[in-house]
Design a protein around this ligand. Sequence first.
Ligand code: KG4
Ligand code: ZN
Length: 336
Amino acid sequence: MKILAIESSCDETAAAVVEDGRKVLSSVVASQVDIHALYGGVVPEIASRAHTEAICGVVSEAIKKAGLETKELDAIAVTYAPGLIGALLTGLSFAKGLAYSTGLPLIPVHHIRGHVAANYLAFEELKPPFVALVVSGGHTSLLRVNSYTDYETVGVTRDDAAGEAFDKAARVLGLPYPGGAAMDRLAHLGNKKAFKFTVSHVDGAPCDFSFSGLKTAVINLVHNEEARGHVMDDSLRADVAASFTEAAVKTVCRGVEGLYAEGEALPLVLAGGVAANSHLRVALSSFAETRGVKLFMPPLSLCGDNAAMIASQAYYEALAGKKATLDLNAYACMEA
Ligand code: KG4
Ligand code: ZN
């Protein structure tokens, strides 16, 4: 089954064709990062407009690169939740139009399920059940994936997502948006013991996360350093990045440890943009080795938003009989 998927939930316009959920025939991503970098973050209205401009070209290119004609496709899939509502609606409206004009079935896909499915593209042997740790710009959660289409939330952030904290820390350190990857590099150059940030936990909920305190702490620390007349030179910035990263990674790992301490025995699957963080990958590898947990981490190319992951999940949604009608709506928030 060859599925064309469209992803437009945030600041990447993406389209891809994937065969039987596992074989990527094409994957095209048009990033809007340069536009939003001017404002230090994603401007939703600008994102919607940029998706509108890019989507025709991106979808045509994905079909062409797959070496197919539209009539050879079996279904159209689209991310319908969660995300920026205007951005989602752009991709959704396009997908509906395409499904209507071709007569192909329309398959709605949850963005987070897509992030998890990125791992199916990388690991042929990976099958549910497993635990997914999703860390992205908008989400941080621990999910029990009982089957390809049966998700259970076991832990969730009570406030900000991990990626949001990375991006705000990067911003206060003067790094361009989105700062996650630049923070990752800078943290390698600093002393992680230079500043002490609290590793948060949620009382009575060992698998939940909280990042807003850490986000505020790093912003206050930099402002205080500046107020004291300390120059935020490269070495000081690297120390802040390293110390912040140490706490952020420990915060993520703490939730995972909380779950496995309760007796969880399933493999652990990492997903989402922050899955690219090298410090987190090292920490999780070491946790998995110590605890004898089987760990799957997607290649860096599949961590960020793309449509191949959406097409992969769509295949399993289709097998489970999920099909949308043309009155399908988009939703800014929705549990996986
Ligand atoms: O999954 P994603 O592409 O979009 C959402 O669904 O939110 O994640 C984007 C997030 C951004 O916050 C970005 O800064 C972060 O992932 N990110 C990283 C790294 N690469 C991307 N955060 C930390 N370290 C990285 N290497
Ligand atoms: Zn995402």
